[in-house]
Ligand binder design. Structure first.
Ligand code: 13P
Length: 251
C-alpha cells in the first residue's frame, strides 16, 4: 500500500513566530503512524523550520521551488544544492501559482527542474491541474497529460521513487470549493491509468497522487475511501490547527 502523504504549502505566508507555532504544534501532536508529512515554508525560513522540527523523519521540511542549476548567475533562485546543504530533502515544483501568477513556468521548465532536483538527491512534489475553463470544456485529463509528458520523457524509471504527484485543480485552490471526493478519485484514477500506459504497472501503482485545493480539517476524511487519493497538498489549512486533523484523517 502507498504511504499516506500530507504536504503543507505555506506559500508566501508566515513569520518566524507563526512558523514556530505551527511546527511546535506538530511536535506535540499525536500523528497517525504510517503517514508522511512535508511542510514547505518560504525559502527564507527553511533552515529555521528544520531546526524547530523535532518529528523527523515522519515530518520533513521542503522548499516551494528550486532551479535547474546548482549555482551561478541566477538572481533570486533557490538551488537544490542549498537545500542539501541545510538538510532539506523535498521541494514542490510546478505549482499552478508559479505556472500562471508569479512566473510563467511551462511544462518543459518544470520537467527540467524536476529532473535536476532528483539527480541532485532532492525529492519532488510535482503539481499539475486544470483551470476552470479547461474543466468546463471537459479537457481536464488532456491538460494533466500535457503537463506530465515532458517530465515522463526526462525521468528514468528509478527517478519515480522520488516523485509525488499533486493534482490541484486551479479552480479549487484557495476558493473553499474543494473537488468532491468522487471527482478527485475519477481524475486520480485517470492520471494513474496514464502513468500505467506510459511507465508500466509497477510505477503507476507506486507513485502517490495527492489532492490539493481547499482541503481542510472538515473535508479530509471524506476522501478516506478513495483508492487513488494518497494524501493532500494543503495550502491555507496547513497554517492552522486543523492541519493535524488532515494528517490524522486516515485513521
Ligand atoms: P488551498 O489549500 O489554500 O486551497 O491551497 C492548495 C494549494 O495550492 C496547495 O499547494
Amino acid at each position: 500500500a502507498r504511504t499516506f502523504f500530507v504536504g503543507g504549502n505555506f506559500k508566501l505566508n508566515g513569520s518566524k513566530d507563526s512558523i514556530k507555532t505551527i511546527i511546535e504544534r506538530l511536535n506535540e501532536a499525536k500523528l497517525a503512524e504510517n503517514t508522511e508529512v512535508v511542510l514547505c515554508p518560504p525559502a527564507v525560513y527553511l533552515d529555521y523550520a528544520n531546526s524547530v522540527n523535532k518529528k523527523a523523519p515522519q515530518v520533513k521540511i521542503g522548499a516551494q521551488n528550486t532551479y535547474t542549476k546548482a549555482a551561478g548567475a541566477y538572481t533570486g533562485e533557490t538551488s537544490v544544492a542549498f537545500l542539501k546543504d541545510i538538510g532539506i530533502e523535498w521541494t514542490i515544483l510546478g505549482h499552478s501559482e508559479r505556472r500562471t501568477v508569479v512566473a510563467r513556468e511551462d511544462d518543459e521548465l518544470i520537467a527540467e527542474k524536476t529532473k535536476f532536483a532528483i539527480d541532485e538527491g532532492v525529492k519532488v512534489i510535482l503539481c499539475i491541474g486544470e483551470l476552470l475553463e479547461e474543466r468546463k470544456s471537459g479537457i481536464t485529463l488532456d491538460v494533466c497529460k500535457k503537463q506530465l509528458l515532458p517530465t515522463i520523457a526526462k525521468l528514468s524509471k528509478e527517478d519515480w521513487d522520488s516523485v509525488v504527484i499533486a493534482y490541484e485543480p486551479v479552480w479549487a485552490i484557495g476558493t473553499g470549493l474543494a473537488a468532491t471526493p468522487e471527482d478527485a478519485q475519477e481524475t486520480h484514477k485517470q492520471i494513474r491509468d496514464f502513468l500505467k500506459e506510459k511507465l508500466g504497472e509497477e510505477i503507476s501503482q507506486k507513485v502517490r497522487i495527492l489532492y490539493g485545493g481547499s482541503a481542510n480539517g472538515a473535508n479530509a476524511a471524506s476522501f478516506k475511501d478513495k483508492a487513488d487519493v494518497d494524501g493532500f497538498l494543503v495550502g491555507g489549512a496547513s497554517l492552522k490547527p486543523e492541519f493535524v486533523d488532515i494528517i490524522n484523517s486516515r485513521q
